[in-house]
Ligand binder design. Structure first.
Ligand code: DAH
Length: 342
């Protein structure tokens, strides 16, 4: 019986070698199909059984079944091994290289407007000022009428003011806080109101539809321009952290009398003349004045008893001066390249 036994040993060796050589799950699948599949070699041999003489059939059948089981067991064992090898290879591929430099963690930064606002708030709090926040959507009364701005004033034009569907408007300045604070606080008092204001304007390097102001007010029995100047100098020297040179010019605003423009000696060129100060050496920064009696009255106070001064700082412009930012549109651009510099 050399024939069959010898052939079976050969077949078994061949099949097991085949299985052992399969390096991946896909290879192994192919080997399995080649031997055990519907058209596989073992299957083909099983089909030939019926052609054998009956006396050979049983022994041959047992041998083939044994072969089949052996190949099946080998495939299964090799399958587990291949899986482990593949997992190891994947782990090796994915193993982090701990010697690579890490991704730097970027710390968040404060926006320059926030930095300067916080400094100003700090400064005025130390001088005994309240810090108040008033609505950006405002009534015509607080934004205009209460501030002695007549109905036919050009600032009330649709071209300058964003009106809302409900008849209110987006405040065009922080001055409404003057009248509101007189109604909210008991005089004498001092207060500032930092905030966002809106103007219906075409934008360019020095104009923006949304910008920031800080309004300041002091209400007391006897108030003078000297008090006002002192507070404004403290503000400017606090922000610029050095002596600054200012000049006071008359200026007209319906809600103050007298009204002034406080100019700052240009901190960029020290007065020599540059694009920031439009070559004049001075930058218009702080309009101010003594609160108009009509405004005191709108605040519910008696102008015979109470007086006040007020200023309206152009915060966006101040920030630009301090950090030498040459285009106001950077401030609200949302561009992180700006903020990362501070
Ligand atoms: N509200 C004015 C504006 O936005 C600025 C202003 C001028 C405010 C004079 C004041 C002031 O308090 O006294 O143009």
């Amino acid at each position: 019986m050399k024939g069959i036994g010898y052939e079976m040993d050969e077949l078994t060796r061949e099949a097991l070698a085949d299985v052992a050589a399969a390096g991946t799950a896909a290879d192994l699948k192919e080997v399995e199909v080649r031997w055990l599949g519907k058209k596989g070699r073992v299957t083909a041999l099983l089909k030939e059984l019926s052609a054998l003489p009956p006396e050979d059939r049983k022994a041959r059948g047992q041998q083939l079944n044994a072969l089949k089981r052996e190949v099946e067991a080998a495939v299964e064992a090799r399958g587990r091994e291949v899986e482990r090898l593949e997992a190891e290879a994947a782990a090796a591929r994915e193993r982090p290289d701990v010697t690579l430099p890490g991704t730097p963690v970027r710390a968040g930064r404060l926006h320059p407007l926030t930095i300067v606002t916080e400094e100003i708030v700090d400064l005025f709090e130390r001088m005994g000022f309240h810090v108040l926040d008033y609505p950006e959507a405002e009534s015509e009364f607080f934004n205009f009428d209460g501030l002695n701005i007549p109905g036919d004033h050009p600032a009330r034009d649709m071209q300058d003011t964003f009106y809302l569907a409900d008849g209110n408007l987006m405040r065009t300045h922080t001055s409404p806080g003057q009248v509101r604070s007189m109604r909210d606080l008991d005089p004498p008092y001092r207060a500032i109101f930092p905030g966002r204001v809106y103007r219906c304007e075409a934008t360019d390097a020095s104009h923006e539809h949304t910008f920031y102001q800080v309004e300041g007010i002091m209400i007391d029995r006897h108030v003078s321009v000297a008090h006002m100047l002192h507070s404004m100098m403290s503000l400017l020297e606090g922000v610029f952290r050095r002596k600054v040179e200012v000049r006071l010019r008359p200026g007209y605003f319906p809600f103050v009398e007298p009204g002034f423009e406080l100019d700052l000696r240009c901190t960029v060129c020290e007065g020599a003349g540059c694009p920031v100060c439009k070559r004049s050496g001075w930058v218009e920064l702080l309009p101010c004045g003594l609160v108009h009696p009509n405004v005191i009255r709108a605040g519910g106070l008696d102008p015979g008893e109470w007086e006040g001064w007020a200023f309206g700082l152009g915060l966006s412009r101040l920030v630009m001066m301090r950090y030498r930012i040459d285009d106001i549109r950077w401030l609200l651009s949302g561009d992180l390249r700006l903020v990362r510099q501070f």
